[in-house]
Design a protein around this ligand. Structure first.
Ligand SMILES: Cc1cc2nc3c(=O)[nH]c(=O)nc-3n(C[C@H](O)[C@H](O)[C@H](O)COP(=O)(O)OP(=O)(O)OC[C@H]3O[C@@H](n4cnc5c(N)ncnc54)[C@H](O)[C@@H]3O)c2cc1C
Length: 256
């Protein structure tokens, strides 16, 4: 069942890891924003100090979960994933153990419609995420075709603690561009944090961020409570949820 190798593992915090995984068959073509399943067999060990898992997993069974790809499709050496460890979760409680060089399963097929494929070149992008939901946006931002001449791009990233702001160095560097802005917001900020405090939703409620259905496409990714709250707010402002058959300017990806 193993068909891929972990080529790099970065521990952002004990609960957040970045994994770069090289499929034996090479990285297939995909679109920024898509996801692929990652897996380990049920007999893979879990840390002894973790709580019992929600459902015991049988040996020999492949435990598979979907992960947004954070790397650009032009990165042919590996897929990058940004993963929150759920201590009583089936797969992520096992994914904390493998190291660089260890083997995992990656599904051969990449899927998902949370992409820029049907977004007009001139539309601005407002990319809103919580936690590991920043991953598909990193793939988009790392892909030159995303940066059309006409558009402005903003990233809003909500996390609990400022140490959870993975990718903030890369995003702050990008923010030197006149067509890009990066707004991190922290809900349980330590006293040293000088940026925005609270939840993503509050930025819109207090008018610190606005979105116009005429010019902007909004992407929401991560915690379902954030996605649902923001969906209500934005639909109230005239946005329309995108679906293949009924195109709109509001794109949703819920992680659970
Ligand atoms: C399209 C899609 C893309 C996804 N991409 C990512 C990704 O890029 N990174 C990522 O970390 N997860 C992502 N997920 C969630 C991922 O598929 C798993 O659900 C998650 O890793 C938990 O798996 P598990 O087997 O450890 O937990 P399970 O035993 O399956 O328990 C699931 C529970 O874990 C919690 N949970 C799930 N995801 C998260 C999360 N991201 N942060 C905090 N708590 C969570 C929820 O309470 C959920 O009910 C994605 C899900 C979908 C549907």
């Amino acid at each position: 069942m193993y068909n891929a190798t972990i080529v790099r593992k970065i521990e952002v915090t004990p609960e957040l890891i970045i994994l770069q995984v090289k499929p034996d068959a090479g990285v297939p073509d995909f679109l920024p924003g898509q996801y692929v399943a990652l897996g380990l067999p049920g007999e893979s060990p879990r840390p002894a100090h973790f709580p019992a898992e929600r459902e015991p997993q049988a040996a020999g069974k492949l435990i598979k979960r979907a992960y947004s790809i954070g790397s650009s499709p032009s990165e042919r050496g590996y897929f990058e994933f940004y993963i929150a460890i759920v201590p009583d979760g089936a797969l992520t409680s096992r994914l904390v153990i493998p190291k660089e060089g260890d083997r995992v399963y990656v599904a051969p097929k990449v899927t998902g419609t949370f992409t820029l494929e049907e977004v007009p070149q001139e539309a601005n992008l407002i990319l809103i995420s919580t936690g590991t939901g920043i991953a598909p946006f990193m793939s988009m931002l790392r892909t030159p075709a995303t940066w059309t001449k006409q558009r402005k791009i903003s990233v809003i990233h909500g996390v609990r603690y400022s140490k959870d702001l993975a990718y903030s160095d890369e995003l702050r560097q990008l923010a030197a561009r006149p067509d890009f802005s990066y707004l991190p917001i922290v809900s349980r900020a330590d006293p040293e944090w000088t940026g925005e405090r609270g939840h993503v939703q509050s930025l819109f409620q207090k008018g610190a961020v606005t979105a116009q259905p005429t010019n902007d496409h909004v992407f929401l990714c991560g915690n379902p409570a954030m996605v649902e709250d923001m969906e209500k707010l934005l639909v109230g402002d005239g946005f329309k949820v995108h679906a293949r058959k009924t195109p709109g300017n509001l794109h949703l990806e819920k992680y659970w």
